[in-house]
Design a protein around this ligand. Sequence first.
Ligand code: KIV
Ligand code: ZN
Length: 512
Amino acid sequence: MTDKLIIFDTTLRDGEQSPGASMTRDEKLRIARQLERLKVDVIEAGFAASSNGDFDAVQAIANAIKDSTICSLARANDRDISRAAEALQGARSARIHTFIATSALHMEKKLRMTPEQVLEQAKLSVRFARNLVADVEFSPEDGYRSDIDYLCRVIEAVIKEGATTINVPDTVGYAVPELYGNFIKTLRERVPNSDKAIWSVHCHNDLGMAVANSLAGVKIGGARQVECTINGLGERAGNCALEEIVMAVKTRRDYFNLDMNVDALQILAASRMVSQTTGFVVQPNKAVVGANAFAHASGIHQDGMLKARETYEIMRAEDVGWTASKMVLGKLSGRNAFKQRLLDLGVQMESETDINNAFAKFKDLADRKSEIFDEDILALVSDASVLQMHEQYGFVALSQHSETGERPQARVTFTVDGQEVKGSSDGNGPVDASLKAIETHVKSGAEMVLYSVNAISGSTESQGEVTVRLQSSGRIVNGVGSDPDIVVASAKAYLSALSKLHSKADRVPAQG
Ligand code: KIV
Ligand code: ZN
């Protein structure tokens, strides 16, 4: 007999809390569609009460997605829970996820509430949520560092109030696998009505053990839901990585004996989409989705692989969506071939206008680059101008001059709310000169905290993908830009980051 393991993806909520990873409504909607193709059971689409932008994103996702349950986070108060329910109204299957901290430290220092007050608040909130939706998840925040006797009382009480899922977060990534697994097991044994709810694990990666802890929670503790994010995206060292959980459970089915709905073939597309949207580059040696995850460089390994691939390979690259990067199209390719390739890549564009825009950009790229790879197409369709997202600053053109021994000069033409402006500057190098040229006009005063360049398809012929991270007045944002010319890619990334920096930020933190 096998049980089912529920995959709860929180890329769009906990993942997005990572500084600089904030996404627009349309970006979130695209990722949600990919998560639906990946067949995750639950998509935590956001924290509806945290901002109007988050409310809109949860609502749009709830209206568009049919095959996954859509969940919104809510603090344990009536206002948050009502906002969540309102945003989820259009969902075919809706879940409210309410939470309150239960560790002595959090209750005393952060909430300034007594344990009895927290218990009462948790009960009232679950009761209130259950009157609005049938599917209610409760999380005792910092659960793993909470007193176990007290935690048992809270969990028993919220299950009585109708909580259908109990999630036990290791909020600060303090757990180690055996202890976390036993913690979940003990809770399940000691809470008298534990069989009335599904148990869930939610682990942060501060000590690099989020995946191991989650798996221990499943194997030792008997949890049947794992909360995770694509590429392990999340605050600090991130959350438990979805791709690692899924492939561990699939590859070691002999040990876990669990079924999942997830379609692993969609993993790589999801990983790339999240990385390109947020600008959080995936490290080459990252399990499952890193560029080297299936590359065998040593002669001994290659020899073994040629004789029998199982000698050094425990899972197949094709099974998670890796195919040899194909030269897909060139400048003579037509719109239908392009549209078909988008479908093969799992990219669903919202309208014919978006496809036309993307095709025009593709033709433009094909004029400058003879071979267009899948990665180029994925980068192209992530471009805000292709998706017609409104961005305050848009790239138009750039010219620059650099010669050995001379200080480089750059002139950038860009739009500010649709109006064309030009800026010129010199700089230490052509990239520096171009960004300074933009600043002569914008005067953002933002501090650059990260600048990185990545070759999209691995050769000098490839497009450069640039990530720029800016910080200003306590906000951190990422901008991503791609182009065969890395100076242009840098200017695009910088303008995109500025647009995000100047968009309204009225969000409250999730750990409130
Ligand atoms: O890490 C955490 O405690 C959370 C809760 C809000 C579930 O993300
Ligand atoms: Zn978390």
